[in-house]
Write a protein that binds this ligand. Structure first.
Ligand SMILES: [Zn+2]
Length: 506
């Protein structure tokens, strides 16, 4: 069923320090999907934000001698600044300290409590202080080391309220029989390690620190990380706020809901989040896209190794479009990817400079040289290259609709290679010498329109350069739409510039 609305979310990030390339990765993917869906005519809501409560934040703030809220305020500004530099066009930046979120989370707790889905208990087990996570047996080894971070988990006993996750086993098994969670490998991991293997209730409150949302039922308790954090996806739409118009629009059956997460938080989003939603009587998202990590020469980036990539450095050196392109093209979501300066520069030169950029400049050059910047004919929509363009659009759309951005971009680049090859094979300069002017003009019109298709399909990725690219071909950016890519309706004006948009990196 074709839906009219599209809701896309990133995780809310933890403001304990600067964001790294991994955060930029997730957020850029979400932004590209949001922009693509807008081009396709959807009503789009794109959410990102910050997850501001928890013991680690409290301790860091104490170490600096400031209130936790003051501590996070400064860091949250750096998040917003990064998103601005990366041309991230979100609709709301939610902070878990926002008053509407705090109020709604208290009501969510009360709702689940009154339905007996949350009950008072005590938690006894292993806890990873560094990750602020209670661990199930599958998550630590025989030396009690947490399998994600390697820190030794501590014994822990505390009065707590528990969410009755174990009552939702049938629901989860049914959910995991669908393609809700991609990629497939992650789905099997969740099923075998957590759902089928001793599904445990989840502790959702803490009493040992106080930087969090207090529950109304017992003033000793604050809501513990995940119930607070996960709820942001619906509180941002006004859930339990008194005005639920956004929620009715974007959390309805008419909405395609897609949530992006890194693989390390897949368990919370694929198991506990659907359980919470089901307990509240709300629908499950259509898709949870759990992407891999970005490695540096196949090694995980970490502060201690000193190989963490700062996205702001990359943007300052190469520009935001270059980073957005690398994320879109070089980092497929179904496995870990690599980010190094060499790979980055190589990809830029091969794809943006030599392929797309070269095609743009050589074509505008020829139109200026042979026809003074204006062609008097339109493309032949049945020419070989336009038929290829038509196929590219179809393949691109099919991949994007499956959130497979990397392969979608590769389809577009293939069309670019084809155009370049066609120019070399056809040798327009020979046509000119031989006086085949009509033939030359039609050839350039065909290439020009194929270039418009290429630019348009890369528009969600190359935000800063899109208008420059189509302007270089003489087209009016405002008049290019998905519907008229393969038509005579694109008005081309005289080409007046032969600037080089993606200059080869030396
Ligand atoms: Zn840990």
């Amino acid at each position: 069923m074709k839906k009219n609305n599209f809701y896309v979310t990133t995780p809310i990030y933890y403001p304990s320090g600067n964001l790294h390339i991994g955060h930029a990765y997730t957020t850029t993917l979400a932004d590209i999907l949001a922009r693509y869906k807008k081009e396709m005519g959807y009503n789009v809501f794109f959410l990102t934000g910050s997850d501001e409560h928890g013991l680690k934040i409290q301790q860091k703030a104490e170490a600096q001698g400031v209130e936790p809220k003051v501590f996070v305020d400064g860091i949250v500004e750096t998040f917003k600044n990064l998103w601005k530099l990366l041309d991230i066009d979100y609709d709301r930046f939610i902070r878990t300290t926002d008053q509407d979120h705090v109020d709604a989370v208290q009501k969510i707790f009360t709702d689940l409590y009154e339905k007996d889905l949350i009950y008072p208990s005590s938690y006894q087990g292993k806890y990873c202080v560094s990750c602020e996570e209670f661990l199930t047996r599958a998550q630590y080894d025989d030396d009690f080391k947490h399998n994600v971070c390697g820190n030794v988990a501590i014994d822990f006993e505390e009065e707590t309220y528990m969410l009755k996750v174990s009552a939702f086993k049938d629901f989860l098994v049914k959910l995991f029989a669908t393609d809700f969670l991609i990629p497939e490998a992650r789905k099997n991991e969740m099923l075998n390690n957590f759902i089928l293997n001793n599904l445990e209730d989840l502790s959702v409150t803490r009493v040992s620190f106080d930087w969090g949302i207090k529950i109304k039922e017992n003033d000793k308790h604050i809501i513990y990380v995940w119930l607070d954090a996960l709820s942001n996806y619906i509180t941002a739409l006004g859930y339990k706020s008194g005005d639920e118009s956004l929620l009715q629009k974007f959390w309805s059956d008419e909405t395609e809901i897609v949530q992006l997460v890194g693989k390390e938080i897949t368990r919370f989003h694929s198991i506990y989040w659907p359980v919470i939603l089901n307990g509240l009587g709300l629908r499950t998202p259509d898709k949870l896209l759990s992407h891999g990590w970005i490695l540096n020469r196949d090694t995980k980036m970490s502060k201690s190794i000193g190989n963490v990539v700062n996205p702001i450095d990359v943007i300052n050196t190469y520009g935001s479009d270059a980073l957005r392109f690398y994320v879109a093209h070089n980092l497929p979501t179904d496995r870990d990817g690599n980010f190094t300066d060499d790979l980055f520069r190589e990809s830029f030169n091969i794809n943006l400079a030599n392929n797309v950029g070269n095609l743009l400049s050589r074509t505008s050059n020829m139109i200026m040289k042979y026809f003074d910047g204006s062609l008097s004919v339109n493309a032949d929509l049945n020419s070989e290259i336009m038929l290829s363009a038509k196929k590219t659009i179809k393949n691109y759309q099919a991949k994007m609709d499956k959130y497979n951005i990397s392969e979608a971009v590769m389809e577009v680049l293939k069309l670019g290679q084809e155009c370049n090859k066609l120019i070399e094979d056809t040798r327009p300069w020979d046509l000119e010498k031989e006086g085949k002017i009509k033939e030359l003009e039609l050839f350039l019109a065909n290439i020009r329109q194929a270039i418009i298709v290429i630019c348009y399909l890369l528009k969600p990725v190359l935000v800063k350069n899109y208008t420059r690219m189509v302007t270089q071909m003489g087209a009016n950016a405002n008049k290019i739409k998905f519907e008229n890519l393969l038509s005579d309706e694109i008005d081309f004006a005289k080409i007046v510039t032969k600037e080089i948009i993606f200059e080869r990196l030396k």
